[in-house]
Design a protein around this ligand. Structure first.
Ligand SMILES: Nc1nc2c(ncn2[C@@H]2O[C@H](COP(=O)(O)OP(=O)(O)OP(=O)(O)O)[C@@H](O)[C@H]2O)c(=O)[nH]1
Ligand SMILES: [Mg+2]
Length: 327
């Protein structure tokens, strides 16, 4: 499995400006031509940009210095040095950028195409032609280029999804994702099958809904039990949480309170987010048990939908509901 990285600190260095040139015109029959040293080129900037086709930060290297190109030297005959090429560091949409030293947020690249210049290239030095004045006809000096910015930045990915699946391990979250989206997550009958978030999309004509499936949560996850809670950052931006509780669960209210308590220790807003309660694997209980559970949950004002990814029961209804909420 490809490495999944959602936070990384990297060093960056913009290009230095090229030095200006010291040069004098040399033409036939003109023994002493004037100064014609051109300016140096600008150093390249370092830009971080959200681009399609990137799903996490695993392609970046922690200890590498990401450098843009230096500007070229100025040349004789008033030729300007070449500007150094910018370096574009590509990241997935949803990447936040921080200055590592100050902690200052520099950008939140929410949409593909969003970008931020995190280090400016140095400007090129002026060539000696620039310094010619009426009193100083033959300047024999030029400016060096300016140094490019250097800094350390921390990138933190918060996946962009409309809907997040939250539940205990092994309750059928990934199976549901596989059923309703294009994603092909690993599914197995044991807890903690999902170790990293999976993203899937449902398309209906022009409309698209993105769903994030995250690892299962257990009681005490906020203390690091199970896989902990750090991956909750990937559902921080969702509009709707689908709480998944197995229909065979004899105490769904307790399970829900446990899940919500864990969510609120991470971020109080998450436990208040619009939510739908899915009674998963409802093919595994009798109709009468299912009805008892639904009544209990509806009494507590839960928007409750019994589903089965195995038989397809209520899957269309769930999808319709999601598109309605997203409108
Ligand atoms: N009978 C039945 N079994 C299901 C249904 N949905 C999922 N399962 C089974 O339940 C088991 C767990 O499914 P997963 O989708 O891996 O569960 P998960 O919630 O993603 O689990 P973690 O990734 O460990 O948190 C698998 O053996 C699935 O085949 C269902 O609707 N009915
Ligand atoms: Mg899973």
């Amino acid at each position: 499995m490809a490495k999944f990285t959602d936070t990384i600190t990297i060093k960056i260095k913009a290009g230095n400006g090229g030095a200006g040139a010291v040069s004098f015109r040399r033409e036939k029959y003109i023994p002493k031509g004037g100064p014609d040293g051109g300016d140096g080129g600008k150093g390249g900037d370092v830009i971080i940009q959200a681009q399609q086709g990137y799903y996490n930060l695993g392609h970046l290297f922690k200890d590498r210095i990401y450098k843009a190109k230096n500007g070229g030297y100025g040349m004789g005959q008033n030729r300007h040095g070449k500007d150094g090429q910018d370096l574009i560091i590509k990241v997935p949409a949803g990447t936040e950028v921080f200055d590592t030293q100050t902690g200052e947020p520099l950008a939140d690249l929410v949409n593909e195409g969003d970008s931020v210049c995190v280090a400016q290239g140095g400007i090129g030095g002026k060539g000696n032609a620039f310094f010619k004045t009426s009193t100083h006809q033959t300047p024999r000096f030029a400016q060096p280029g300016m140094q490019g910015d250097e800094r350390t930045v921390t990138l933190n990915l918060k996946l962009i999804a409309d809907v997040g699946l939250v539940g205990l391990p092994n309750v059928g979250k990934s199976t549901l994702l596989a059923k309703i989206t294009n994603a092909q997550p690993k599914i197995a009958n044991y807890p903690f099958t999902t170790l990293i978030p999976n993203l899937g999309v449902i398309e209906q004509g022009e409309k698209v809904i993105t769903i994030a499936d995250i690892p299962g949560i257990i009681e005490g996850a906020h203390k690091g039990l199970g896989l902990g809670l750090s991956f909750l950052q990937h559902i921080e931006r969702v509009k709707v949480i689908l709480f998944c509780v197995e229909a065979v669960d004899a105490d769904p209210l307790y399970t829900l309170s446990l899940l919500k308590a864990e969510l609120s220790t991470y971020n109080d807003n998450l436990s208040k987010r619009h939510s739908i309660l899915l009674l998963t694997k409802s093919d595994m209980v009798s109709e009468s048990i299912l009805q008892t559970r639904i009544q209990l949950l509806q009494k507590e004002k839960y928007d409750c939908v019994p589903i089965s990814s195995l038989t397809g029961y209520n899957i269309d209804i769930l999808i319709e509901k999601l598109f309605l909420i997203m409108e």
